[in-house]
Ligand binder design. Structure first.
Ligand SMILES: C[S@@+](CC[C@H](N)C(=O)[O-])C[C@H]1O[C@@H](n2cnc3c(N)ncnc32)[C@H](O)[C@@H]1O
Length: 259
């Protein structure tokens, strides 16, 4: 009797927690629970499932249509953590302004942002995209080629970023990076930014954009950016991809190289 009354007393608290954190519950359901169930039911990874969907619903050679098909899958079928259409517009605008010739992407995943970046590049530009997970990279390679980008425009490098960055000059003949997009594991942002600084490949005006610096967040990366004095920086506030109630943001850093 008493324990029933105590349990009842917690009901309002539970309801208010559910209301307050409803978007996080939605995210947990879509990104974790549904994914487990579908992995079990289909025997495919989520990345392989989205590839099958894109293959059967999108038009080969049409990057816009491929991106829209990804967005449709991620909004209505299963959650997948790529930059999405809203934050994607910020990226599109920046690429249009900068017209970068040499671009590095860290964290290819299924190739959504790779296609988004590649379609915005000027003729003759080259995008190097780094992915350490071989299964994801196999999906990304097919998506990138399906969108119509050959190896001269997009080169996929299947290795961890901390091995790739120090060898970009030697292995790929890169002299300068005009634009870097970071969207891999957030704990790698700071060490990889330091490695890019040490590589000497960032020049005056090189831009580094880092996604998800608010959610899940990259505090040590942001602390370094604020303290090192090498960058002009700003945060573009935006909701998390496909979950409008969760706040997120992208950091835009312009390398100035002045300590
Ligand atoms: C959030 S997803 C990237 C989404 C992608 N940028 C998009 O918007 O379409 C993160 C990806 O980074 C990869 N990754 C994480 N840490 C990495 C690292 N240190 N080096 C290379 N790839 C990494 C993961 O395997 C995963 O596929």
């Amino acid at each position: 009797m008493v324990s029933g009354a105590i349990a009842l007393a917690f009901v309002p608290l539970l309801i208010s927690l559910l209301i307050r954190y409803r978007f996080y519950f939605v995210l947990f359901y879509r990104a974790v629970l549904l994914r487990w169930v579908q992995d079990f039911n289909t025997g495919l990874s989520r990345e392989e499932r989205v590839y099958e969907y894109v293959l059967t619903h999108a038009t080969a050679g049409d990057p816009e249509n491929i991106l829209d098909t990804f967005d449709n899958w991620s909004s209505n079928i299963e959650f997948i953590s790529h930059i999405g259409p809203k934050k994607g517009l910020v990226l599109d605008r920046l690429l249009k302004e900068l017209c970068p010739m040499t671009v590095l992407e860290l964290g290819t995943h299924c190739g959504y942002t790779t296609v988004r970046i590649a379609r915005a590049l000027p003729l003759g530009a080259r995008l190097y995209s780094v992915e350490m997970d071989e299964r994801n990279a196999r999906v990304a390679e097919k998506i990138i080629r399906m969108a119509g980008f050959d190896e001269d425009t997009v080169e996929l490098i299947v290795r961890p970023s901390d091995e790739v960055i120090p060898r970009l000059r030697e292995d790929f003949g890169i002299e300068r990076l005009d634009f870097v997009f970071m969207d891999h594991w957030k704990r790698c942002y700071r060490p990889d930014l330091r490695a890019l600084e040490d590589s000497g490949l960032l020049g005056d005006g090189s831009v580094v954009m880092a996604d998800n610096v608010v959610f899940p967040g990259a505090p040590s990366f942001l602390r370094h950016v604020r303290q090192c004095g090498l960058y002009e920086h700003r945060i573009h506030r935006a909701a998390l991809e496909y979950i409008p109630g969760i706040r997120d943001g992208m950091a835009e850093l312009v390398f100035r190289g002045i300590k």
